[in-house]
Design a protein around this ligand. Structure first.
Ligand code: ZN
Length: 172
């Protein structure tokens, strides 16, 4: 490491150097725009969401059904084999009761963030999403939940096409 640095000698600029105007300083606002490809697996997954469908990829090497879907199995080091339609329900694997927003400001009502194991996929295969229509103190690990979808004209092919997951009402 140090030998590399000695090959490229330079002078470190410290914050004090900048504040002391030792160097020319130009301020400007950046206007960054970007686009990226979602890839084969995620693109199909997102298109499925627009149709209220959840899709995973099955691997014949390990027999797992992966969701979110991947074209390559990281356990077997081989391509996955086929698409599998999943159910739009599952169970709570883990959850968190969040009382602060991402900017650390306090929330009036907590949000419930959960990893949902999706029915039809392998154990512990699931997606991170919100829980709704349930009080925080009523949430349990293993709780059966179902997706609450946005309306046809609201869905855009995004994970937010599912508004949240709610507990499946028990019928007796
Ligand atoms: Zn595999």
């Amino acid at each position: 490491m140090s030998s590399k640095i000695s090959n490229y000698p330079g002078v470190e600029i410290t914050p004090e150097d900048v504040r002391g105007q030792k160097y020319l300083l130009t301020r400007y606002e950046t206007d960054l725009r970007y686009a990226f490809s979602s890839g084969v697996a995620t693109s199909r997954f997102l298109r499925g969401l627009r149709r209220k469908e959840l899709w995973g990829r099955e691997c014949d090497g390990c027999g797992r059904v992966l969701v979110p879907p991947r074209m390559y199995c990281e356990a077997c080091y081989r391509p996955t084999d086929r698409w599998v339609r999943l159910m739009d329900k599952g169970k709570v694997v883990t959850f968190s009761i969040a009382h602060v927003n991402s900017d650390a400001s306090r929330r009036k009502e907590p949000i419930l963030v959960s990893v949902i194991e999706i029915a039809g996929a392998s154990p512990l295969m699931g997606i991170l999403h919100l829980l709704g229509e349930v009080r925080p103190e009523k949430v349990r690990i293993g709780m059966a939940v179902e997706a609450v979808w946005r309306s046809d004209d609201e869905r855009t092919g995004a994970i937010t096409d599912i508004r949240y997951f709610r507990p499946i009402a028990r019928r007796s």
